[in-house]
Design a protein around this ligand. Structure first.
Ligand code: GSF
Length: 202
């Protein structure tokens, strides 16, 4: 099994963290769809990472499909509950965290456009999504030790990767000051090798 992705992608990081938490052996193949010679479009028609290559050459994407598969194939350290309602609640955390990341990625890409093509309105629209997502994540976490239940789940991993991406690409946001409970969660998550070893870097 091989995971294809970059060292900067928050979606790839989520899959790497799940592999580490589940202690699943998997080769990491570094490739970025932003490089001209990238092989990613041959693996995923959408040209996006991560892609998980199974031993029978099946290709899995996107990150939500990959992490659900990984949690399902290994019975240890379950990251998703089995009952429908609990599972949906954890996946809603993931959807909110990933959605916040989607908005941050949109802003990062928009900022890279030439001055005369960049839209301040488009950036502002996505900034509002990030601010609202942070408020919702903080409200849902409250004083709890973990996002869902009594231990780490995919919810915490997705939130940790999303917050880490804000630190990486939008350090000016200072989300810790506004949401100290998210800062507390992030600090605790960063003590785990799975997250500490996958901090985004160029
Ligand atoms: C998002 C993947 C994605 O946008 C998932 O896997 O969860 N919902 C998908 N990946 C980005 C890399 S990232 O770090 O932004 C990507 O591959 N972008 C290339 C492109 O052409 O959009």
């Amino acid at each position: 099994m091989k995971l294809v992705g970059s060292l900067t992608s928050p979606y790839v990081r989520k899959a790497r963290v799940v592999l580490a938490e589940k202690k699943i052996e998997c080769e990491f193949v570094i490739d970025s769809p932003w490089v001209d010679s990238s092989g990613v479009p041959d693996l995923n028609p959408l040209g996006k990472i991560p892609v998980l290559l199974l031993d029978d050459d099946t290709r899995l994407y996107d990150s939500r499909v990959i992490v659900e598969y990984l949690d399902g194939v290994a019975p240890n350290n379950k990251l998703l509950p089995s009952t429908a309602r609990e599972r949906a609640l954890v996946k809603r955390w993931e959807a909110l965290a990933d959605g916040m990341t989607d908005a941050a990625v949109t802003i990062v890409l928009e900022r890279r456009r030439p001055d005369d093509e960049r839209s301040a309105g488009w950036i502002a629209r996505h900034r509002v999504k990030i601010d609202r997502a942070l408020v919702a994540l903080a409200a849902d976490l409250g004083d709890n030790a973990w996002c869902h239940g009594n231990g780490i789940t995919l919810a915490d991993i997705a939130v940790g990767c999303a917050l880490g991406y804000l630190d990486f690409r939008m350090p000016e946001l200072d989300w810790r000051a506004a949401h100290p409970n998210l800062a507390r969660l992030q600090e605790k998550l960063m003590q785990r090798p799975s997250l500490a070893d996958t901090v985004p870097r160029e």
